[in-house]
Design a protein around this ligand. Structure first.
Ligand code: ADP
Ligand code: ADP
Length: 232
């Protein structure tokens, strides 16, 4: 469902080039949860941002749902991105809008009829466990609730793929567990393929089927979670 082929990403600064990713290849099969783990500066953010071309790789190929994103026109890319959801460490909600309005945002951009938006947002809020919160503003929500809104918002555009950029790193351990359980539920129930990046082993052990370890821009190990983290 997601395939990165020989991705290299260099950032060019005034006096030097930083190689953030070096010949990274990975495959995330449909319906799986794939984790990339590594320490700060290893290249995780750059890697996940290459999957929807928020960062354009210097070389290599990005294939999502059978499409080589590097070959698409800006218009085609915008369309393909609609099916690539993303959630972030700091949620990125619109603070001047209610929970309902945050979740409805992409549907409004699509000129979805009002009654349909109402129905869909209500369903999505139920799915993420936020019934009754539609009139609240983000500022009044806990971190876990904010991430639930962000998840509902991204599900509104029916993604096939969900990218999670340190999605639980700002949350306490109990809230982390509940958000991971929700992600697992979404993966199973909606058959959404998930690629996540994290610096926390627990996240990988908790929900991932497969894992890759990244260090200094290179994938140094890759396989089933049980293989990589087995303790003899
Ligand atoms: P991680 O997410 O694992 O902490 P990043 O992908 O953010 O790692 O960064 C990998 C490397 O690339 C780091 O050395 C970082 O400083 C560098 N880097 C990331 N983004 C940029 C950028 N926009 N310009 C220059 N260097 C960058
Ligand atoms: P994280 O690891 O949580 O992504 P970072 O501090 O590495 O946080 O990066 C935050 C933002 O700053 C990212 O958009 C990244 O691309 C950019 N960035 C990271 N390192 C550099 C750098 N050396 N120069 C310019 N931008 C950078």
């Amino acid at each position: 469902m997601i395939e990165l082929r020989n991705i290299t990403k260099k950032f060019f600064q005034k006096t030097r080039a930083i190689t953030a990713l070096s010949e990274v290849s990975l495959t995330v099969p449909e319906g799986k949860i794939f984790g990339v783990i590594g320490s700060s500066g290893a290249g995780k953010s750059t890697l996940i941002r290459c999957v929807n071309l928020l960062e354009k790789p210097t070389s290599g190929e990005v294939i999502v749902d059978g499409q080589n994103l590097m070959d698409l026109s800006p218009k085609e890319l915008a369309k393909a991105r609609r099916h690539i959801g993303m959630i972030f460490q700091h949620f990125n909600l619109l603070s001047s809008r209610t929970v309902f309005e945050n979740v409805a945002f992409s549907l409004e951009l699509d000129y979805t009829p009002k009654a349909e938006i109402e129905k869909r947002v209500t369903e999505l809020l139920a799915l993420v466990g936020l019934e009754g919160k539609q009139h609240d503003y983000p500022v009044s929500l806990s971190g876990g609730q904010k991430q639930r809104v962000a998840i509902a918002r991204t599900l509104a555009s029916n993604p096939k793929v969900l990218l999670c950029d340190e999605a639980t790193s700002a949350l306490d351990p109990a809230t982390t567990k509940s958000i991971l359980a929700l992600l697992k539920d979404i993966n199973k129930r909606l058959n959404i393929t998930i690629l996540l990046i994290t610096h926390e082993m627990e996240v990988v052990k908790d929900i991932c089927d497969e894992v890759a370890v990244i260090s200094e821009g290179q994938l140094i190990e890759q396989g089933a979670v049980s293989e990589i983290f087995s303790h003899p």
